[in-house]
Write a protein that binds this ligand. Structure first.
Ligand code: AMP
Ligand code: MG
Length: 399
């Protein structure tokens, strides 16, 4: 059976970054990856400016205690009209341009002002409290390289260089179908033999937090025609189609058949992992198709191990993940699993650093056990006996 790492290689091998589009700098653009180097259209600051409220002076006038004549007051947003000559100073506010002639700023709390005179008792070096023109950036500098993630700081920088839009890899469009005759949508109270559909809302939310545009198509009943109708819709104008349920070998698990009949090429249909073994991955053209096992925790783990990385790669992220990091166990751990296992766990910050605590968890249907966790730990197949402090591969769930 296919190992997780090989399955991930297959998925990522079939996944490409989406072609660039232009977006406005609104909340929807946060987290997108820039596809073009963004250059500055001007020097910043555009003039030498004061970083203090104080007095612009000639530093050589301060070598000995001196009384200087204040010739002008320069607020931020106005250019000085006079240059500072020997024995003179100009009052400058934070952000104000430095007048010609001056080469240092003395903060106002360090001088004694009376009338139009200031007494300077301490020598200042040239350049003190002045941000030189172009110190932050020069016109033509690349300030945001291609590949940068649009963070709030990047928004600020784009604004500083006059940009209101930028080219990025767009949000992947993801369609979601739940399958199962037993499912009812909340708030409906399940009848005999029925359960509520947990996966639909969970997958929509996972997709949203992963930066995708999710389209929920509803529940497909366990019959071929109904399923085919929704799958057709899901394949249309989607970058990714995700189905939950109906991928196992049960009599009514029609997902593999229907996908094949609709032209989806299957690349694998089982992965050596727990939970979530009967995971199906296929493609039709550039559209990726994932069939996740219906148990909610299986669906969740399948999303984290395969779908989130694919979405990251489509979005142009350099590191698609999943990125497991070694974290010491908070307590002893004994396990004996027949397959490599991804178990819910909790990360705790301690004085000695991060510790991971396996969660009480009864298996792939236990969404309640998963609620209070914020990581998955990877355990190998077979019997393991770890003592507290042993570092296990841990995937933080930065939801
Ligand atoms: P399946 O993969 O269709 O064989 O389903 C496996 C288990 O997950 C069954 O117990 C289903 O009832 C349950 N299940 C399937 N889909 C969902 C869903 N959308 N929400 C909650 N449980 C589900
Ligand atoms: Mg089912």
């Amino acid at each position: 059976m296919l190992e997780v790492s090989n399955a991930l290689d297959i998925v990522l091998g079939r996944t490409a970054a989406l072609p660039a589009v232009s977006v406005r700098l609104s909340a929807g653009a946060l987290g997108r990856v820039v596809t073009e180097p963004v250059t500055s259209d001007l020097d910043s600051p555009p003039y030498a400016k004061s970083v203090m409220d104080g007095y612009a002076v000639r530093s050589q006038d301060t070598l000995a205690p001196a009384n200087l004549t204040v010739i002008e007051e320069v607020p931020a947003g106005r250019m000085p009209t006079r240059s500072v000559g020997p024995g003179q100073a100009a009052r400058v506010m934070t952000g104000a341009p430095i007048p010609d002639g001056a080469d240092a700023v003395i903060p106002h709390e360090e001088v004694q002002a009376s009338g139009d005179m200031v007494r300077v008792a301490r020598a200042v070096k040239p350049g003190t409290f002045i941000l030189p023109r172009g110190r932050e950036m020069r016109a033509g500098d690349v300030v945001i390289p291609a590949g940068t993630v649009l963070t709030p700081v990047a928004f600020g920088l784009l604004a500083a260089v006059g940009r209101t839009d930028v080219r990025v890899h767009p949000a992947p469009r993801l369609a979601i179908i739940s399958t199962g005759d037993e499912l009812v949508e909340p708030p409906t109270r399940p009848g005999p033999g029925q359960i509520r559909n947990s996966n639909g809302p969970m997958l929509v939310a996972l997709a949203a937090l992963a930066g995708a545009e999710a389209r929920y198509l509803g529940i497909a009943r366990d019959d071929k025609a109904g399923l085919a109708m929704l799958v057709r819709d899901g394949l249309d104008q989607s970058d990714v189609l995700v189905l939950s349920g109906g991928v196992s070998a049960g009599k009514f698990d029609f997902v593999p058949d229907v996908l094949r009949e609709l032209g989806v090429e299957s690349h694998f249909h089982k992965v050596r992992m727990k939970p979530g073994k009967p995971l199906l991955f296929g493609t039709r053209g550039a559209t990726l198709v994932f069939g996740l096992p219906g148990n909610p925790v299986s669906s969740f783990v399948g999303f984290e191990l395969f779908i989130r990385p694919a979405l990251r790669k489509m979005g142009g992220q350099a590191i698609p993940g999943p990125t497991f990091v070694p974290v010491p166990l908070a307590a002893d751990l004994n396990a004996d699993n027949d397959r490599p296992t991804y178990a819910p766990a909790t990360l705790n910050r301690t004085a000695d650093g991060l510790r991971v605590h396996p969660a009480g968890w009864f298996g792939s249907a236990d969404l309640r056990g998963l609620l209070v966790t914020d990581a998955l730990i990877a355990l190998p197949a077979g019997a393991v006996s770890y003592t507290a402090g042993f570092a296990v591969p841990t995937l933080p769930l930065n939801l």
